[in-house]
Design a protein around this ligand. Structure first.
Ligand SMILES: [Zn+2]
Length: 814
């Protein structure tokens, strides 16, 4: 057999096709990580090249002829000196057995040999589950089409790597994403890696406490040994190990024991390669500000190194069929929160998407550049490269431990951990993208790295250091608000937004609408190169027409908005949640309604007149507008899409109920009733445009608004107080339509149709009207058994006995 010495020695038996694993020691924890070195190429399915799978702390335990790979349950612990106390917690929460091996041979020293072939050649990455979840069909692992992947059967002193080429097959027709990407969609082959990795000694690493204001991802476990009255959950930040090797120099900086080194995928071509290296290197400034010299480096990955090797922090350039997200993933030691490997996945199509945005804005292909030969300093390429420098820094930031800061743009782009929108500046009636994206990390980033990595000064405790950093953030007036407060459609915080610019969301939306109007007014075939199908202008039109979409979301958060921070008791900056004042709310509503006028929504005439259907070889796809005119361009659908986005946002169920509550608490603030009235006045009661296209657009928006009201009012997620006000509003609208039937035939048809829809809704039968969903009562009694459980049990039995619904309801009321 071919032997490889290493962390766990491995042997390859070519004749039998078997991998034998030597286990020299038992009951010693190590890290087991699965990953996907080769991908499917579909971001919808999400089985991307370089994807990390599960990471587990495990150990081998021998039981007679068996060896079990056991994953202890580290989420529940007792940090106590009393072994029985530790055992009581350990045995209270289920551990896992990851795999069972059979002992094939054993040495005098107690080491054993096991057949690891089936362990390696199995679906450890959950590929079957993923394909099913994403609607791609029921695949099974085909044993005869799967085998160990010998080039990546490697043993090193600190880690042993084993890999298999797995083929997943299906009889039924596979889903479209598999059909679009796999060379044979019925037999899909991927490679799955198993890494057994030495765990670092925890004694050389000091876990650092997590503070909600710190901006870090965390590792949380529950410690049942803490004194009564103290919090059981223990929160640690995730970060790399970084310590000073010696005393600080005159500048107050120290050299590190070991620098943090990131490696870039050598499969990255220029000019992207240099841009990614540049962006990733920005972080060095933060480590210097945190007191380290030469503590952070970015290099090219050596040709003989393996990007999946857990010893390397890697930035990978990953190709997929369509554009998708980029990721900053990490292998983290669950015991301490120490990041052992940062693994950045950058989607290669992002840079091309930014180029497309710039093409739509600049309409650059004219005169001598009509065939698409860009000038040397191609401003579109400069913008796209500026974007991926920023993206490289952003994703590396995640793998340094940092979470998103979606409030950085209101602090003058204080963090690369925000989602940036390309800032377009206006000079008269021309647009400039010179300052589209920022360069370098921001003030917030520097302070965040200080929180995670700085060492306390002489005579300073770590707690004092961390408090100092938090105070410095507050003194600089920097906001930190992350995903959960920024992403939901009903979110309340007006400072926490994705893909937006500026600190005044009303002005920013107005500016985006100006930029959009200027670019739309001159939009034509100059957005594509000579020789490209005319239909391809739609690719550039879509992001330009919807350019305001994220600024709309940001501005909507002012309506019924609430500003708050993550301050702790005792903070000088601690604030009570503050409602956005009436003037701002009203200005936001005005700015939003200005985006749904027929003038704002009109598709340029040149598009309506000149855009042909797609030619053969250029099929339609989801990046284009939907429509109801078959193969020809639907000039009304874009307006419907844009209006629906705005109007749905304004009366999102959570926002609508906040409006009710805010007005109850402070009568000067807009009420839901006043907001509904304002929208209806603007949408329904404006003058009918004389131009027939714009008049139809106006009717389209009226239809969208009425549909939004009908859907919301009938939806069970909506609070009864909101439903009551919306029902009343619909009744008034119906009455208005009855007495304002319209002057021309088109208007009369439309208004009659809409009034009929409202009346049908208001007079719908009781059965059609599902009652609002009940709010769950938080449990009072201990959870899981006791009376509540008995009631459920009785109900189930009653149901089985064929009782009618009435006694069930009685039971429920008890
Ligand atoms: Zn991110």
């Amino acid at each position: 057999m071919e032997a490889q010495e290493g962390f766990f020695p491995i042997y390859w038996d070519a004749q039998a096709g078997k991998i034998w694993l030597e286990i020299p020691r038992f009951d010693e924890n190590f890290l087991y990580v699965s990953s996907l070195p080769s991908g499917l190429g579909s971001n919808d399915v999400g089985l991307d090249r370089g994807q990390l799978g599960t990471e587990r702390v495990v150990h081998f335990e021998r039981v007679g002829p068996k060896v079990l790979m056991i994953e202890p349950n580290l989420d529940y612990r007792a940090t106590s000196d009393n072994p029985q106390e530790r055992e009581a917690v350990r045995d209270a929460f289920a551990p896992g057995v990851v795999y069972g091996f059979e002992v094939a041979a054993e040495g005098d020293d107690g080491s054993v040999l096991v057949d690891a072939t089936d362990f390696v050649v199995r679906d450890a990455h959950g590929v079957v589950r993923r394909l099913k979840q994403t609607g791609q069909g029921s695949f099974t692992l085909s044993a005869e089409r799967s085998a160990p992947y010998l080039p990546n059967l490697k043993a090193f002193p600190q880690n042993t790597e084993m890999e298999a080429r797995l083929t997943f097959t299906t009889e039924a027709t596979p889903g479209e994403h598999v059909r679009d990407t796999a060379s044979d969609p019925y037999h899909v082959t991927l490679r799955v890696r198993h890494s057994l990795v030495h765990l670092p000694d925890t004694s050389g690493y000091t876990p650092r406490r997590m503070d909600p204001r710190s901006g870090y991802f965390g590792t949380t476990y529950r410690d049942y040994a803490v004194p009564i009255g103290q919090e059981i959950p223990q929160r640690l930040i995730n970060r790399h190990r970084l310590t000073c090797a010696g005393p600080r120099d005159d500048d107050g900086l120290c050299e590190p024991e070991e620098p943090i080194v990131y490696y870039l995928d050598p499969g990255t071509p220029e000019p992207v390669r240099s841009a990614l290296l540049d962006g990733a290197r920005w972080w060095n400034e933060a480590f210097e500000a945190a007191g380290f010299r030469n503590a952070y480096e970015v290099k090219m990955l050596p040709d003989d190194a393996d990007p999946m090797d857990v010893r390397y922090n890697v930035i990978q350039w990953v190709h997929r069929r369509t554009r998708g997200w980029s990721y900053g993933a990490s292998v983290t030691d669950p015991r301490t929160g120490e990041i052992l490997k940062g693994h950045v996945t950058l989607g290669s199509l992002r840079v091309r998407q930014d180029y497309l945005l710039a093409e739509g804005l600049l309409a650059p292909y004219q005169g001598e550049h009509a065939d698409g030969v860009p000038p040397d300093d191609d401003p579109m390429l400069q913008m796209a490269l500026a974007r991926i420098r920023q993206l490289s820094a952003h994703e590396v930031g995640h793998t340094l431990g940092l979470a998103h800061n979606f409030a950085a743009s209101v602090n003058n782009r204080a963090s690369v951990m925000d989602y940036p929108a390309p800032l377009v500046t206006l000079a008269g009636d021309s647009v400039s993208i010179d300052r589209a994206y920022d360069t370098g990390i921001g003030e917030w980033d520097k302070l965040a790295i200080r929180y995670g990595y700085a060492e306390p000064a002489d005579g300073q405790s770590e707690a004092e250091l961390l408090d100092d950093v938090v105070q410095a953030v507050q003194e600089a007036g920097l906001w930190y608000i992350t995903d959960r407060d920024a992403r939901p459609a009903g979110a309340a915080h007006p400072k926490a937004n994705l893909w937006e610019n500026g600190d005044d969301m009303v002005q920013a939306l107005e500016r985006e609408m100006d930029v959009r109007r200027i670019a739309l007014d001159r939009f034509d075939a100059r957005t594509i190169r000579t020789g490209e199908p005319m239909a391809m202008t739609e690719e550039a039109l879509v992001p330009l027409y919807l350019r305001h979409r994220y600024q709309v979301q940001a501005t909507t958060k002012l309506v019924g908005g609430v500003t708050y921070n993550y301050a702790l008791r005792g903070d000088e900056e601690a604030m009570h949640p503050e409602r956005v004042d009436a003037a701002r709310q009203e200005a936001a509503l005005e700015a939003l309604l200005a985006t749904v006028t027929p003038e704002a929504l009109a598709v340029p005439e040149v598009v309506r007149e000149h855009l042909p259907p797609r030619p053969p070889g250029y099929p339609s796809n989801r990046e284009l507008f939907p429509g109801r005119t078959g193969l020809t361009f639907d000039a009304y659908a874009p307006a419907e899409v844009a209006a629906s986005m705005v109007l749905n946002g304004i009366v999102h169920p959570e926002r609508a109920m906040r409006l009710v509550g805010q007005h109850d608490a402070d009568a000067s603030l807009p009420s839901l009733r006043s907001v509904l009235t304002t929208v209806t006045d603007r949408v329904w009661k404006a003058d009918v445009p004389s131009d027939a296209y714009r008049a139809e657009l106006q009717r389209s928006v009226q239809q969208v608004w009425t549909d939004v009201l009908l859907q919301r009012t009938g939806h069970t997620d909506v609070a009864p107080a909101v439903q009551a006000r919306m029902t009343q509003h619909l009744r008034r609208l119906s009455n208005w339509l009855a007495s304002n039937a319209g002057a021309d035939a088109e208007t009369q048809a439309h208004r009659g149709h809409m009034r009929d829809a409202i009346e049908r809704f208001l007079q719908r039968s009781q059965e059609a009207d599902a009652p609002p969903a009940e709010l769950d009562t938080p449990p009072g009694s201990p959870i899981g058994s006791g009376p509540a459980w008995h009631v459920r049990q009785q109900q189930r039995e009653a149901w089985l006995d064929g009782w009618t619904r009435a006694p069930l309801r009685c039971l429920h009321r008890e």
